[in-house]
Ligand binder design. Structure first.
Ligand code: NAD
Length: 393
């Protein structure tokens, strides 16, 4: 069938198989063109089908020659519905990895569940023995625990409401938005979903099953951002969850001998998750413009290659005074933030196209779902019923 994008708010309900395949191919080509990395050889990536997790998987496989086991939560095509983009990305990644002689398998299921943890442990035991790197890159709106209870995360402030500019992604209108504070229950639930509890459960299960190599490393992803997003992000409900995640990294290092937990604070980028946060997409589109002008803009793959090649390789990973790996080092440069804050004050519906890189924002947004990818003919009929090789075995 011919697949066109169907955008509903900040989500696209269709995905293009060829475009997603081309996304993966481009990321692989980028990594192949960079110097190789002396890095982990057996890697588990939890949340491997999109954004930073997919880029981590590609970077480890193609820069260090790592065998990768990915955990995803995606849907195949049914009837005239396309699969999710994460499904197509994973199918393409496995196809390329197998062609290139790299081990790549995938478990499709809810990473929060014990059942998926057990499935992963059995696969590691059978195929890999042990893993030396665990990447935790989940971004989830809710979590169902094994007792059947579901917790939802919210994107709200804490303490008091906050009003600032945002962009309505349906109309490109810049308007003010007021974000209300989360209740105590909402805060606790957001921490339950996006904090470190499940990350620690994973490391505990892997350690108990003796499938972590000696001196194994685990890394989870976080965000800090500039002051203008602090009430919404760092000091908001999601920020509380991230603080919990940061504390968990330390707990993992202390409580599991032979395992070191790290937090990598990544750059703000357009992904399915960040598109849902008020204020942040407008900030991202201004940031894109400024960073592109300064020629220091990076996408997920550039960030993740730099993480594993420059910051996390060798015996002493590069961390700041709080022990955090700062992949947002270029985003947070004083000159970049200074320009962003000047443009933030100026931006309005009338000048949004000139002041911000709205085109770049939308290009990234469509590409997440395999659209607007150069070289793909979107008028052509495509087979949407694509299988993920290791799941078809
Ligand atoms: P994303 O939406 O692109 O990817 C999230 C991944 O998690 C997807 O592969 C999704 O399928 C998977 N996932 C979600 N729920 C799952 C479940 N229950 N079981 C298995 N897999 C599941 O998001 P992203 O932006 O790449 O976010 C990844 C991490 O990076 C998050 O912790 C996020 O906070 C962090 N981060 C993002 C940004 C940004 O600007 N996008 C910046 C800094 C840090």
């Amino acid at each position: 069938m011919v697949v066109q994008p169907k955008v509903r708010g900040f989500i696209c309900t269709t995905s293009h198989p060829e475009g997603c395949r081309a996304n993966v191919e481009r990321q692989i080509a980028y990594v192949k063109a960079q110097p190789k990395t002396e890095g982990a050889k057996k890697v588990l990536v939890i949340g491997a089908s999109a954004g930073y997790g997919l880029a981590s998987r590609i970077s480890c496989a193609y820069s260090s020659g790592a065998a990768t086991l990915g955990v995803i939560f995606d849907k195949p095509a049914t009837g005239n519905r396309t699969a999710t983009s994460g499904w197509y990305h994973t199918a393409a990644f496995e196809e390329f990895a197998h062609r290139d002689g790299l081990y790549a398998k995938t478990i499709n299921g809810d990473a929060f569940s014990q059942a998926v943890k057990q499935q992963v442990i059995e696969t590691i035991r059978r195929d890999l023995g042990k893993v030396d790197l665990v990447v935790y890159s989940l971004a989830a709106p809710r979590r169902t625990t094994d007792d059947g209870k579901t917790y939802s995360s919210v994107l709200k402030t804490t303490g008091q409401s906050y009003t600032n500019k945002t962009i309505d992604l349906r109309s490109n209108q810049v308007a003010e938005v007021t974000i209300d504070p989360a209740t105590e229950q909402e805060l606790a639930d957001t921490v339950k979903v996006m904090g470190g509890e499940d990350w620690k459960d994973w490391i505990s299960a892997l350690k108990q099953a003796d499938v972590l190599a000696d001196q194994a490393v685990t890394v989870a992803y976080s965000y800090i951002g500039p002051e203008l997003t602090h009430p919404m992000y760092l000091n908001g409900s999601i920020g509380q969850a991230k603080r919990h995640l940061h504390a968990t990294a330390k707990e993992i290092t202390q409580e599991f001998p032979g395992v070191t937990g790290y937090i990598s604070v990544n750059k703000a980028l357009v992904t399915q998750s960040s598109a849902a946060i008020p204020i942040v997409p407008l900030y991202i589109s201004i940031l894109y413009r400024v960073m592109k002008e300064h020629q220091c803009h990076e996408g997920c793959i550039q960030q993740m290659y730099r993480l594993f090649h420059d910051k996390l390789s060798g015996d002493t990973p590069q961390v700041d005074e709080e022990g955090l790996i700062r992949m947002d080092d270029w985003e947070m440069r004083e000159d970049i933030q200074q320009e962003v804050s000047v443009l933030w004050k100026e931006i309005s519906t009338e000048n949004v196209e000139q002041v911000a890189d709205i085109k770049g924002y939308w290009e990234d947004f469509y590409q997440i779902f395999g659209f607007s990818v150069p070289g793909v003919d979107y008028e052509q009929d495509v087979n949407v019923d694509v299988s993920i090789p290791s799941l078809a075995e």
